[in-house]
Design a binder for this molecule. Structure first.
Ligand code: THG
Length: 369
């Protein structure tokens, strides 16, 4: 397949780390929140192996923040998500589906409670800021909504703990999963959370002081040699094996949280007020007709650039493959598919056509591992 380069412009925003990752050998970009997001540094299979054993520094500045502050900020944030935030604590992160008035998904951000009246919504790839501004205007909320200058650098992998301890001291190893606190690097405070879009463990540095953040980026490579630090990015193989879902790929605004397996983040019984609550009650009582499942296909490679239909033996469409990759662990292709109710059971077999050949696959549970 021929590859094309990306035409950069102001609209496809660069990050404070772009010049660095380009020197370090980034080989592919995707666009996320109108910003460059590295997608590969050479072979993704090599990066996958490295990530599972060592530590990588990722430019994930494209995970933009929507900052909501002011007297009605908690009300607005709760209005946007079906997850109950009434007992949320300052210094914690919360994975929260954002829902519209049809009960469909708008985004699946991590929400940080910075203060009683200040929140960051760390968004996936959709324009949550306009959704928030519309809701605030329509409800006459007393809030300020901005996209602050925050450029996340993630430090991921089993050796991230040792590397971060070397830079920030023992205290950083005591952060609990999805907790955050402030840590000094050369007299500049950085908000650091124990989180990240991999299951290999690690941290995310929410860089507000760009110059200090760039110095920190360089410093991590200088002192990280003993941990075999390397540049990296969210890894397709690792994220699919561990079922970290991707908005726009695995689900979008045509899907609801029950269809995506987000049931545990949907709170219908408390008295919180959020958009689409009545709709979600109806959907839940009726039951959904499609659901996200894992699939395994008996082939050694796949290059999915859109979705692909899955068929039964009579050529009826019974699902849609939305992400897929070759998995070195399973030595076959694994993927994330939206399966119709008639065919969503584990072990259900299906057919898929690739380059005019028909292959067989089976439905399985998520996560794969
Ligand atoms: N970090 C930050 N912002 C982000 C992402 C991130 N914004 C966009 C995107 N990623 C949002 N999507 C996810 C999906 C999964 C997780 C985080 C963000 C995640 N899930 C854990 C899991 O599935 O095990 C824990 C969820 C929980 O139970 O609380 O980490 O990566 N800043």
């Amino acid at each position: 397949m021929k590859n094309f380069s990306i035409a950069k412009s102001r609209r496809l925003r660069s990050t404070p780390y772009t010049s660095r990752i380009e020197k370090q050998g980034v080989t592919a970009y995707t666009i996320y929140n109108h910003m460059l997001l590295p997608a590969a540094f050479g072979s993704i299979e090599n990066s996958y192996k490295h990530l599972k054993e060592n530590v990588q520094v990722w430019d994930v500045a494209a995970e933009r923040q929507v900052e909501i502050s002011g007297k009605d900020s908690a009300k607005l944030v709760q209005l946007m998500t079906c997850r109950d935030l009434s007992k949320s604590k300052i210094g914690r992160c919360y994975y929260c589906p954002i829902i519209d008035n049809s009960g469909n998904l708008v985004n699946d951000p991590v929400i940080l409670k910075l203060d009683e009246n200040k929140w960051w919504i760390s968004i996936a790839d959709s324009d949550v800021i306009f959704f928030a501004k519309g809701l605030a205007a329509g409800n006459n909320f007393d809030v300020k909504i901005i996209e602050p200058v925050v450029d996340i650098m993630a430090v991921q992998g089993p050796k991230s703990f040792a590397l971060m301890e070397k830079v920030f001291g023992k205290k950083i190893t005591e952060l609990k999963f999805f907790g955050f606190d402030y840590f000094d690097f050369e007299e500049t405070k950085h908000l650091i959370a124990r989180s990240g879009w991999s299951k290999q463990g690690g941290y995310e540095v929410y860089v507000q002081n760009t110059v200090s953040g760039q110095k920190l980026y360089d410093h991590l490579f200088e002192v990280g040699k003993e941990f075999h630090v390397s540049p990296g990015c969210p890894n397709l193989i690792e994220r699919i094996e561990n079922a970290l879902l991707s908005y726009g790929n695995d689900f979008d605004n045509n899907d609801n949280p029950f269809e995506c397996g987000f049931d545990k983040y949907v709170s219908l019984d408390s008295d919180i007020n959020f958009l689409g609550k009545e709709k979600l009650k109806q959907i839940k009582s009726k039951g959904v007709q499609k659901k996200i499942m894992g699939v395994k296909i008996d082939i050694k490679e796949i290059n999915l650039t859109g979705s692909k239909n899955l068929y039964d033996e009579n050529n009826n469409i019974i699902g849609e493959l939305r992400s897929a990759t070759y998995s070195p662990h399973f030595q076959k292709v694994i993927g994330i598919a939206m399966m119709q109710k008639s065919h969503w059971e584990v072990s259900q077999s299906f057919e898929i056509q690739i380059n005019n050949n028909t292959f067989n696959g089976k439905v399985c549970d998520l996560p794969f591992i």
